[in-house]
Write a protein that binds this ligand. Sequence first.
Ligand SMILES: [Zn+2]
Length: 287
Amino acid sequence: MNNKIPFLLLTLTSSSAVAYQPSISSILKQEHKCSSTIQIRSEKLSQTQITQACALLSKQEAKFHELFGTISSPVKDDNNASMRANIYADRGSYVKYVTDHFDVPSDNGGMYLEGYPNKKGNQAEFVAYEKNGQIWNLAHEYIHYLDGRFNLHGDFCSWPHDSHGAPEYCPKPAPVKPHLVWWAEGLAEYISKGDNNPKAFETAKSGEYKLSDLFNTSYENDGGSVRIYRWGYLATRFMLENHRAQVDEMLKFTRKGEYDKYQKLVTLWGTRYDAEFSTWLKKIEKK
Ligand SMILES: [Zn+2]
């Protein structure tokens, strides 16, 4: 018996020296419930910031449901009744802890973590940080939650894209195109920024992409932040404001998880709207 003690001590000492990381609750100590659907866990937000964040998120939620009429109709098998925002004090703290706490890369401005919505007790989370007194990408990440719960059936790996990174590790290879990144990221930008997106309007001037190209935008290939976020915003806004019936048709499929039918529909759109999109870009660039 006695022989084992030094061994145990040695093990404990070495593992605690190497692997010890502060837990989530010891860093994100402040917990606040905005409503039955929104919670905020934070490191250093002031009471005013928390109140403002709750108000902003409630506003996004209302905007989303006004646009889609989805207030009490989540997709089937979705248990993500509420979303928890996890807000680090600054980028340094985010980089230091987020990977250990949530098994996600830290080379980004925030991430939405849908988890497995079909599992009971699943907690949807997003991770973000404060920058210049603001919670960076707060509204954008929250739209991903709403889109995932009310428009896109299944978890992050269900819909067509080519991201294989943590924490989902979607199996390779990527499904055939068209993908759905233009919509997922474009909608998050469209609802969170509304008419206030000068960078996208500036980008529109280049006329670099046809709409039909943008349906093939993805994360790892055929991506890049300008194409994903700014062009995604433009493509989504164009379709929502000019071809709403087609978007509704598309959502019928994505809400049921019929992504093969979604792909068939978008393939059918083909280059049909390219010329109209290019004319529309000239109007929008003046905004
Ligand atoms: Zn996003």
